[in-house]
Design a protein around this ligand. Structure first.
Ligand code: GLU
Length: 429
């Protein structure tokens, strides 16, 4: 009896939160079929090259010492140094970081920038920690990963609940240990330390550029188009702010505290100011609170999941009314939900394309650091637009050629380029 109960519990949990690494492997398996990948190459691409787990003792403000767990997974570097963000979240797991590092590998390849893929994470709740505690945790993590990062080895960046200040602490820690100031070891830095203009809004801006192309393909007029955003953090709020400059109207938004909608539309800039002031989108004047499911299934033209993995599960997918789904988040849609969306003719701009603006401008930041030559924000934005628009068309062409959805198209392009590099390098020794 007890055993049966446990099995049921497990099935339920699995249904609620599928393992993101399993999802990533399933996406790879589908692409491998279309690419007719050699079994050995497929195996190499299904395994991270290196996984580092570190214990991080930190002196808390209370005077007590607490030990945190951190990860850095370096997935594949056949096309160039490892690249990917670091996230701070209570729900971080090794399998999540592995999945995110695989997605970074395909993302850099789809964007055609010379990087491999990596990801880092620390299991912690940054909202419950003071600035001092966060700084000590970050510096200890920076020291723990210092032996495996570097401007030509692995270049971290921000991700969920980390920002330019977090990057500054890692830069200082790494540079102090190395004895030389090394701006190119990290991207998403403050401008005063060699960060790039335009990097702060790059993920949202890039997602808008891909949405503009998707709107052309699907004959959606952005002027007057309605949209909703799940997750009003860096990517989601900038996506909303920039998309509305094309005449689109923000009808719904959410964050970890709740979801809201407005019948007449909301001004994204005012909503950003409200969240800055109150800590949440909830309570925005003129809005009403709804459930997260209602938000995702709103009657809009464009929906952007911009929070965490596993937001669009099969049950949610069935009721999605949007014509275009722009994935600002990494891994928001499960493979099962993908099939439903494709069947319902929803045009999904997959994460590894839609949110690649962040890492594209990270690449531009890294080049500027190495060349010691800095560009204007107009120059950066125009290079971003060119790169991401050309990536969109590479993916769209692949999806038309193979008669598959955009995710599979993106995987065919992304995995295909990495596979070619892996095959050409050969197997050591
Ligand atoms: N964390 C971002 C992502 O998931 C940016 C990574 C980077 O710039 O290296 O794409």
């Amino acid at each position: 009896m007890a055993q049966k109960y446990e099995v049921r519990q497990m099935q339920q949990t699995q249904q609620v939160k599928p393992n993101p690494y399993e999802n990533a492997l399933e996406q790879l398996r589908i692409a491998a079929g279309y690419l007719k990948l050699d079994e050995g190459v497929h195996q190499i691409l299904a395994n991270p090259k290196r996984q580092l787990t570190v214990s991080l003792p930190v002196k808390m403000d209370s005077g007590k010492t607490k030990v945190f767990t951190g990860y850095r997974v370096q997935y594949n570097d056949a096309r160039g140094p490892f690249k990917g963000g670091i996230r701070y979240h209570p729900g971080v797991t090794l399998d999540e970081v592995k999945a995110l590092s695989a997605w970074m590998t395909w993302k850099c390849s789809v964007a055609n920038i010379p990087f491999g893929g990596a990801k880092g994470g620390i299991i912690c709740d940054p909202k419950q920690m003071s600035q001092g505690e966060l700084e000590r945790l970050t510096r200890r993590f920076g020291a723990a990963i210092a032996p495996i990062i570097g401007p030509y080895k692995d270049i971290p960046a921000p991700d969920v609940y980390t920002n330019s200040q977090t990057m500054a602490w890692i830069l200082d820690t790494y540079s102090t240990l190395e004895g030389v100031m090394t701006p190119a070891v990290i991207t998403g830095k403050p401008i005063s330390l060699g960060g790039s203009l335009g990097r702060d809004k790059a993920t949202g801006r890039g997602a808008v550029y891909t949405t503009v192309e998707a709107a052309k393909v699907n004959k959606v007029n952005l002027k007057g188009a309605k949209f909703a955003v799940q997750g009003f953090g860096n990517a989601g709020s900038n996506f909303a702010e920039i998309l509305q400059t094309y005449g689109a109207k923000l009808m719904g938004a959410s964050d970890s505290k709740g979801s809201i909608m407005s019948k007449t539309g909301m001004d994204a800039d005012k909503l950003i100011a409200h969240k800055e002031k109150t800590g949440s989108v909830v309570g925005f004047p003129g809005s009403q609170q709804i459930s997260e499911k209602e938000l995702l299934q709103m009657d809009v033209d464009i929906l952007s999941p911009a929070a965490l993995e596993n937001s669009i599960l099969p049950d949610i997918a069935k009721g999605i009314k949007a014509k275009i789904v722009t994935e600002c988040a990494n891994g928001p849609t499960t493979p099962e939900a993908d099939k439903i969306l494709h069947g319902n003719k929803v045009f999904v701009i997959p994460d590894i394309l839609a949110n690649s603006g962040g890492v594209i401008v990270s690449y531009l930041e890294w080049v500027q650091n190495l060349e010691r030559n800095y560009w204007t924000v107009e120059e950066v934005n125009s290079m971003l637009e060119k790169k991401i628009t050309s990536a969109f068309h590479d993916v769209h062409e692949a999806s038309v050629k193979h008669d598959v959805d955009m995710r599979t198209g993106a995987m065919i392009v992304g995995v295909g380029r990495v596979a070619e590099a892996v095959k050409t390098l050969g197997v050591f020794p």
